[in-house]
Design a protein around this ligand. Structure first.
Ligand SMILES: *Cc1c(COP(=O)(O)O)cnc(C)c1O
Length: 391
């Protein structure tokens, strides 16, 4: 582990704990669909999915067909839903691997039916109803018509009816209520005509943790499982961060007054300062917007980022940290001693959202999976992860 230039510690026990909190919130009868798109928000989709499957997650949500197939290849047998849409070239492989597909239009419906019929397979589809997202999804007025079409298609099977909440923070509870009223209208009519099938699902983390969304048969949770509570969370204190981002000081020098630091010389020293270089930049999850603004933990203390964050390097001022030395661990996200920097803190400082920061931790940052229960940790695909126990 210590050979890494930069690494993300992924705490699988924290994941278990968060999933347990989610289970408590949803009760026993509801399927937890863990959203593992974008490599599980940068946490490492394969290891996260294996661990989650062992602690009772019943389905996975992904962004693209290739993400779904990656999980299948890694031995994930639970239902996997491509939340958005696939493209034509991906239909065959999705059918072959029983990937659930979001459906939002008549033309899509016909194309899927044709391919599935030709290959003598059944396409598992979830009708996506647009109740306020304005993106993919059929408008409520046309949803029942599309359900009729799915019903009459010989090679389509309705595996779910879904809608997506447009508030990820849960701060628009009235918006969530309006969306669920529109969704409920579709469901009522569909029930009346006996067109429903599979799981009805709506809630994301915000809907669940704000208590404003009906849970139906399944919840699609991402960010909360990774330990970031939606702002309006009622149970947010039960969530703990899964990921920490760390590196080490690779160089240290005293720069004299008058020197500037980094691209464009945006930071000028008016006295001698001790400047440390960290081998991580915006490709490694340190947002460019943290330039001259963010903080890093070294020896349990906060050190300010000085100068511009670049693609590969970040510079910090460690003048006030006694004993700071080359090889010291620097924590960009996570805890060191009594100090903590949360993903949310980084996002706020960079004027973005935690989702974007997590997804920007590039592939040259090693993911180090940690678990107190080594036998469980060891069961995770070894080629996909490095497993260690703390201590
Ligand atoms: C990403 C996504 C989710 C998960 O949202 P969180 O806010 O991370 O819980 C749920 N549903 C859909 C359709 C998504 O795209």
């Amino acid at each position: 582990m210590d050979a890494f230039r930069a690494w993300a510690d992924v705490d699988l026990d924290a994941l278990d704990q968060n999933l347990a909190a989610i289970r408590t919130a949803v009760g026993p009868g509801v399927v937890i669909m863990l959203v593992v798109k974008a490599d599980a928000y940068g946490h490492g989709a394969i290891a996260i999915a294996h661990r989650a499957a062992r602690v009772g997650v019943g389905a996975f949500g992904v962004g693209t067909a290739s993400e779904a197939l990656e999980l299948r290849r890694a031995g994930i047998c639970e239902p996997i839903l491509v939340l958005g849409t696939i493209v034509d070239e991906e239909v065959t492989s999705c059918l072959h691997h029983d990937i659930h597909i979001g459906l939002h239009s008549t033309s899509r419906c016909r194309a899927l039916q044709e391919t599935a019929a030709r290959q003598n397979r059944t396409a598992l589809v979830h009708l996506n109803v647009d109740t306020g997202m304005g993106r993919l999804g059929v408008l409520p007025g046309r949803a029942v018509e599309l359900l009729e079409e799915i019903r009459s298609a010989s090679h389509l099977q309705l595996a779910g009816v879904m809608t997506h909440i447009s508030s990820p923070s849960g701060d628009s509870t009235s918006g969530i209520c309006e969306q669920s009223a529109r969704f409920e209208g579709v469901l009522t009519e569909a029930r009346r005509r006996n067109l429903l099938g599979g799981w009805v699902h709506m809630s994301n983390s915000a809907g669940l943790f704000s208590g404003t969304s009906p849970l139906y048969d399944a919840v699609r949770v991402g960010i909360s499982a990774y330990g970031v509570a939606p702002k309006e969370a009622q149970w947010g204190e039960n969530l703990s961060p899964v990921m920490s981002l760390r590196t080490r000081i690779v160089f240290l020098k005293d720069l004299p007054a008058g020197s500037t630091v980094g691209y464009d010389g945006t930071f000028e020293l008016n006295e001698m300062r001790r400047i440390a270089t960290l081998p991580v930049g915006y490709n490694d999850g340190v947002p460019w917007r943290l330039s001259n603004k963010g903080e890093v933990l070294v020896r349990g203390q906060r050190a300010p980022i000085v100068g511009r964050v670049s693609m590969d390097y970040t510079t910090i001022d460690v003048t006030d940290i006694p004993g700071a030395a080359v090889d010291d661990v620097a924590t960009l996200i996570g805890s060191d001693g009594t100090e903590t920097i949360l993903l949310r803190d980084v996002a706020e400082c960079a004027e973005t959202i935690p989702y974007e920061v997590a997804c920007s931790i590039g592939k040259r940052v090693a993911r180090v999976f940690r678990a107190r229960t080594p036998e469980l940790a060891a069961a995770i695909q070894p080629e996909a992860s490095t497993v260690t126990t703390p201590g």
